[in-house]
Design a protein around this ligand. Structure first.
Ligand code: ADP
Ligand code: AMP
Length: 219
């Protein structure tokens, strides 16, 4: 089963993916997390991606397509894609790759939320550099301020691309290059499950589960 989760940066894709993968036993493939771990490991891919990530631009299609196609194969095909595809070229390549394996996307879930809300969410996001857990300074505080609940003494960080000036560029990039992906799926008769993501985390999860449960039951 392949689920694509669309939405602007800060919409809550990572937060919701963690819950989706638990319920439906899928692998969580976050293109941003994969690039950040390549960056942390100092690989050639990570160094190349960093140049784009740090200024809020998308890494070139060919790089991310190769990376994600490999990750999907490693996951055995059952996955939730978080942050990929982000351009029409990536969406078309993903369809092509899946078709070659006689597979297809089972659901496209789109988190719908305004820019002012996501700006506030991203600038308040704090992440654990070790386990990747995500918190928010107001809405999802760790038990001990500034420290990860799971990795005890580990201090939380603000991602360099979560600083206000880069966030503005990321939202610009999203509107210029990623919103067209919704149009691509509509043109290809792929149903899009719209979710009101301007709601508390549990309400968003409930909306997603309601739609995916009926899809899983109908399979
Ligand atoms: P994305 O993966 O789409 O970039 P995240 O899941 O990392 O977004 O969420 C961005 C920030 O917003 C995090 O700090 C997270 O705790 C917070 N957040 C996520 N969903 C909600 C929500 N429904 N309401 C309020 N804050 C949220
Ligand atoms: P994210 O963690 O999803 O917010 O992604 C962080 C950054 O990684 C983005 O701003 C891009 O620079 C890069 N990135 C992640 N996914 C993609 C993608 N599908 N295509 C191009 N760049 C990506």
């Amino acid at each position: 089963m392949v689920i694509v989760l669309l939405g602007p940066p800060g919409a809550g894709k990572g937060t919701q993916c963690k819950r989706i993968v638990e319920r439906y036993r899928l692998a969580h493939l976050s293109s941003g997390d994969i690039l950040r771990s390549e960056k942390a490991a100092g690989t050639k891919l990570g160094r190349k991606a960093q140049r784009y990530m740090d200024c809020g631009k998308l890494v070139p299609d060919q790089i991310i397509i190769e990376t994600m196609v490999g990750a999907i194969a490693c996951a055995g095909g059952d996955c939730v894609l978080d942050g990929f595809p982000r351009t029409v070229v990536q969406a078309a390549e993903l369809d092509k790759e899946l078709a070659q394996k006689r597979e297809k996307i089972d659901a496209v879930v789109s988190l719908v939320v305004d820019d002012d809300v996501v700006e506030e969410r991203i600038t308040g996001r704090r992440s654990c550099p070790v386990c990747g857990a995500v918190y928010h300074i107001d809405t999802l505080k760790p038990k001990i301020e500034g420290h990860c609940d799971k990795c005890k003494n580990q201090e939380l960080i603000q991602r360099p691309d979560d600083k206000p000036d880069v966030v503005k560029q990321r939202l610009k990039t999203y509107h210029e290059q990623t919103t067209a992906v919704v149009g691509y799926y509509a043109d290809n008769s792929q149903e899009i499950l719209d979710i009101d993501a301007d709601r508390p985390v549990d309400d968003v999860t409930a909306q997603i589960f309601e739609k995916l449960d009926s899809l899983v039951t109908a399979r």
